[in-house]
Design a protein around this ligand. Structure first.
Ligand SMILES: [Zn+2]
Ligand SMILES: [Zn+2]
Length: 431
């Protein structure tokens, strides 16, 4: 069987590219000295249904009949961009399909390269435990990941803010093209670091009768630019007043608003025992287990002071690779029998930021629950159903997160376009 890597630029010797050149000796087709051979293909696997493929994308032979040239017949098979399609390639003397010979069987694959940048020995050991199961989960969706190199990051730090593509980890500032990777845009940079966070605005809206108000936060405050906005009023309907200048960072997880000097609030409190309403938004370090942007995949191995369990890091890596492969997809074009656009296939398990997380995710075995608008803008978030495993593409780590793609996601990853222009449009040549 031929494994053809349909997403890569054409290279017949490596079986790269969507076009597979075919050649067969005339004597193998028929004992007779035939002048014309007839070709066809037969699907022979769990192939992507044709309704997901346009006319141009569908598997087809360049010619149906070919002529004998120096006792050989030659043809070219064009394959779809999807993974896991399998075809028997058949050939016979013209108008004699009963005497067909199978030239070969081809299976479509996608190949991607990856380089690991581990922050220290612990990160390198951790990713080595995670690697084999992750590669296996990707092979299940016909993505073969080929390791290019494993090196150390250029800097070490305990906390890493997820921004600017973390170029200081892998770029040599003295190199002419510091971001050059072979096989761009098919090459993933996998950064393995200790702790990862994103600055996340969080709103606090307490009512207090104290003049100095302390607020403890769930996550650590940013060292700089931790305050987004602050205002106060006499509840319930006094005019809002900007109290940004009255706010102080008191510690890693604590800030205060000191309204001692605000004459208006004093008077209000003394006169009729009303409360002060504060409306403060701060930036906190929202911890993330991993991240994905373009060809950059990030894994954080620490959860506070604890090293993350291997099973969760496997889930994180498979999850981030899912994002890198354009998941979770909300809807896909479908095509009629002739291969012309005809309708859409809607993914009933898709949801996005509005119902939790950052980006597009899968709600298998999860249900909407009411939450504060500050948690999810719709006021509803997907939470795992008790006792059930979610898809690996659920938006948050939890004890029963799956280790691989669910039955809705799997065929979609198989259908993902990992060709050059699709990857460039998703910034795979940026990092
Ligand atoms: Zn995600
Ligand atoms: Zn899923």
């Amino acid at each position: 069987m031929i494994k053809q890597y349909v997403n890569l630029p054409q290279d017949p010797a490596e079986h790269h590219g969507a076009d597979l050149p075919l050649e067969v000796e005339a004597s193998n087709v028929s004992a007779d000295n035939v002048r014309y051979a007839e070709w066809w293909i037969e699907p022979n696997g769990d192939n992507t249904p044709e309704r997901y493929l346009s006319r141009r994308q569908r598997a087809h032979l360049q010619q149906r009949i070919t002529r004998n040239r120096r006792d050989h017949f030659a043809n070219t098979l064009s394959l779809p961009h999807v993974g896991g399609d399998r075809y028997d390639i058949k050939c016979s003397k013209r108008n004699d399909r009963n005497s067909a010979v199978t030239i070969d069987t081809v299976e479509t694959w996608r190949k991607l390269f990856f380089s690991i940048y581990a922050m220290d020995d612990r990160c390198a050991t951790h990713i080595n435990r995670v690697k084999a199961p992750v590669l296996s989960a990707m092979r299940d969706v016909f993505v073969e990941l080929v390791e290019h190199q494993s090196v150390r990051t250029q800097v070490q730090e305990n906390y890493t803010e997820f921004r600017n593509g973390l170029r200081h980890y892998y770029q040599d500032p003295n190199a002419a093209d510091p971001s050059a990777l072979p096989n761009r845009p098919f090459h993933l940079r996998v950064l393995v670091l200790l702790r990862l966070f994103q600055p996340m605005p969080t709103r606090y809206n307490p009512t207090t009768s104290h003049i100095v108000h302390y607020q403890n936060t769930v996550n650590e405050l940013m060292e700089h630019n931790w305050l987004v906005s602050a205002r106060a009023r006499l509840a319930p309907n006094g005019p809002w007043r900007d109290v940004t200048a009255q706010c102080r960072r008191m510690g890693a997880r604590q800030f205060s608003a000191d309204l001692t000097d605000q004459r208006e609030f004093w008077d209000g409190l003394h006169n009729d025992s009303r409360n002060i309403e504060l409306d403060i938004t701060v930036r906190e370090k929202f911890n993330a287990a991993g991240g994905s942007i373009g060809n950059l995949v990030i894994l954080a191995i620490m959860d506070g002071d604890q090293e993350t369990a291997t099973q969760f890091s496997i889930a994180t890596m498979v999850h981030e690779l899912g994002h890198a492969c354009n998941q979770v997809i909300d809807r896909e074009r479908t095509y009629n029998g002739r291969g012309s656009p005809n309708g859409w296939d809607v993914n009933s398990q898709w949801y996005n930021n509005v119902n939790g997380g950052v980006g597009d995710h899968c709600n298998l075995n999860a249900s909407l629950q009411a939450v504060a608008v500050s948690v999810a803008s719709s006021g509803q978030i997907y939470r795992p159903n008790p006792g059930q495993n979610t898809c690996v593409m659920y938006h948050q780590m939890h004890p029963r997160i799956g280790q691989d793609y669910c039955n809705q996601c799997k065929p979609r990853v198989k259908r993902a376009d990992l060709g050059q222009s699709a990857l460039v449009s998703r910034n795979w040549n940026r990092f």
